[in-house]
Each structure stands twice: as C-alpha cells, then as structure tokens.
Design a protein around this ligand. Structure first.
Ligand code: TXA
Ligand code: MG
Length: 318
C-alpha cells in the first residue's frame, strides 16, 4: 500500500479533505457518511449548498449501502464500473442529506483509477467528491491544478498523474418507468450506453433543463458552471478566427495565426486526446494575458458531445 494513500485514508477518517485523482478529473474528497466532512467540501469550494455531490464507491456492494439499486442500474454498473458513469438513485439514510442537498436521491460512481480505489478501500468509506476546483471554475486534470486553487484546504493531494479521460463522468437518471436519461454528457459516450440499454437515452439539453426546470433535480447543470475568468465566444462554422493581441484561441486541429495565444486540442483530430487536453488548455488560455477567448466546437460524436457541452458552458450557454 502506497504510504500517501494510507495517510490520505487517515485524513478521510479524521473528517479532513483530500485531493483524489480519478480517470475523469481530480476530486475534492471527504467521508460521505460524515455530515461535517461533507460541509467542509462545500466551504472549501465555495459551492452553494443546493448543488449535490457525487459519492464514490469501490464496488457495487458499497453502492448498496448508499442507495436502492434497481435491476437496470445494476446491469449498467456491471457493464461500466469502474468507469465514468454516475447513476442517480434513491438515497439510503447512511448518506447524510448534506451530500444530496436535501434531494431523496444520491449520485454514485466507481472511479477507474487505482489510487482512488485504494483510497476508498483503505478508508472503508464511500467518498463524496466534487471536482477539485473552486465553484464555477475549470475542473482540474492534474495534481498541480488542485494545489493552485485548493492546496490550503487539503490535508494532502494524491498525485495520480494527468487524468486519462479529462472530462467529468456521464450522469444518468431514471424516470418512473426506469427509462434512462442523460443529465450530463461526459466520459462515457451515449453510444456505449445505448449499446447496453438497447435504446438511445435522451440527453436533456440545456434548453430542456431550463424548460422542464430540471435544475432542481441536477442543479450542477447551471449554464455558467464551467466558465473561465475571461469571456469565451464560440466560433461559428462559417466564421473566420479573430485576429489581434487581445485574443486567445482554442482550436480542434489547426493552428490559428495572428493571435496572442493559441491552443490546439489534437493535431491529429483524435477526440480522446482532445478531451484529455481540454481543461488544461482552457486554464492556460485563462492564465495568458488575453482579454477574450474564441473556441471552436469539435465533431458532435462520442466524447465530442461532452467536449462541446463544456465549451458551450464555458461560453455561458448556447
Ligand atoms: O467525473 C466526475 O463526475 C467528477 C469526479 C471527481 O468523479 N466529479 C464531478 O462532480 O464532476 P461535480 O460535483 O463537479 O458534479 C456533480 C454533478 C453535478 O452536475 C450535480 O448536480 C450532479 O452531479 N448530481 C449530484 N447529485 C445529484 C442528484 N442527487 N441528482 C441529480 N444530479 C446530481
Ligand atoms: Mg464540477
């Protein structure tokens, strides 16, 4: 057992906060069964209390302690755990109301990262962990990102290297007929989900979220959730890139000339690599001296759906 994992597990049991690597993004981890530890997460992130947390478990047995698992949920867990799939299910009392912001459901996920799994197993606790960034800021994909924004609040940070996926998990819910819908597109593609479900789950667009008032069910879907500190504009397919030293640009494949800062997600047009690079690129753009950022959407398929979702949120909506 890694010494740092042992130290981190002791910190978790003492109600402290830990930086936890996962395959999607880094998490701000605390004991999900402790009301006080969970409140410390909200305080450190400056996160509003109406935005519920994801609980991380090491296996389906631990998930059973936290929620009521229907047959279809069980099947999806077997197919995709450990991995970037979060399921919203009826909550058991073991999980305090602070985790779910008073909702009667809890979001569960089993992360596919050996150090995250080791931490959960060593502490023998389900671990509540939102992304380890200040509220409304860009999610972290390296230990250094976590240290920059939250270092002072943490007992320790487990450095597990850069996150291999780079966008947050796919969050799904079940309606009364146990039909699955996607609340947040993420690291597990809708195509992969469809294959196991035998149908294509509907993705609740931001417009639908607003229209159906789903915000009360998944408050983290606020449009501005991923906004960088610098205004972001989306380049339309027929638009030219802007030029001038006030501009930073985030392109999918090809370099942009005549701007102060240029980031490329994947020179080969590889969508997996693009997802891995997304948040670090946005952070570099934000830290550069530019006054405005222009971004280009990627092909709307596979992981590209999650990437485009994050880019639209960074731009503050549609
Ligand atoms: O990949 C991930 O999911 C990362 C890593 C650390 O696991 N975590 C993450 O957590 O992205 P966070 O807190 O940044 O996003 C949690 C999302 C939010 O959209 C929140 O509203 C939703 O999950 N959520 C949590 N509990 C919910 C519930 N009971 N019902 C509906 N949505 C819920
Ligand atoms: Mg987040």
């Amino acid at each position: 057992m890694d010494d740092l994992v042992k130290e981190a597990a002791e910190a978790i049991l003492a109600g402290k906060l830990v930086g936890m690597p996962t395959e999607t993004v880094y998490g701000l981890a605390a004991d999900a069964s402790s009301q006080e530890a969970v409140l410390a997460i909200f305080a450190a992130k400056n996160r509003p209390h109406f935005d519920p947390l994801i609980v991380h478990v090491s296996d389906i047995a631990m998930a059973e302690d936290c929620a009521l698992i229907n047959e279809l949920a069980h099947k999806l867990m077997k197919a995709f755990w450990p991995g970037p799939l979060t399921l919203v299910l009826p909550k058991r009392d073991y999980i305090p109301d602070e985790v779910s912001s008073g909702l009667d459901t809890v979001a569960l996920r089993c992360p596919n990262h050996p150090l995250a799994l080791a931490l959960i197993e060593e502490s023998k606790r389900p671990i509540a962990a939102p992304s380890a960034n200040l509220f409304g800021r860009i999610s972290p994909t390296t230990a250094e990102h976590v240290r920059e924004q939250l270092g002072d609040s943490l007992a320790c940070i487990i450095d597990g290297g850069p996150s291999s996926i780079g966008v947050e998990s796919t969050v799904i819910g079940f309606d009364a007929q146990k039909t699955v819908y996607v609340l947040r597109p993420g690291g597990l593609s809708v195509d992969a989900l469809s294959e196991v479900l035998g149908y294509e789950p509907s993705v609740k667009s931001m417009e639908a979220v607003v229209a159906e008032d789903l915000n009360s069910r998944s408050p983290g879907l606020l449009k501005s959730h991923y906004a960088p500190q610098v205004p972001v504009r989306i380049k339309g397919p027929a638009d030219e890139w802007p030029t001038g030293k006030e501009w930073g640009c985030l392109a999918f494949q090809d370099a942009v000339e005549g701007v102060a800062h240029n980031e490329i997600l994947s020179a080969n047009g590889d969508i997996t690599e693009a997802a891995q690079n997304l948040f670090a690129s946005l952070r570099r753009l934000e830290a550069s001296d530019v006054q405005q950022i222009c971004v280009e959407l990627v092909p709307e398929e596979g992981l590209g759906i999650a990437i485009n979702d994050r880019l639209k949120r960074a731009a503050g909506g549609a």
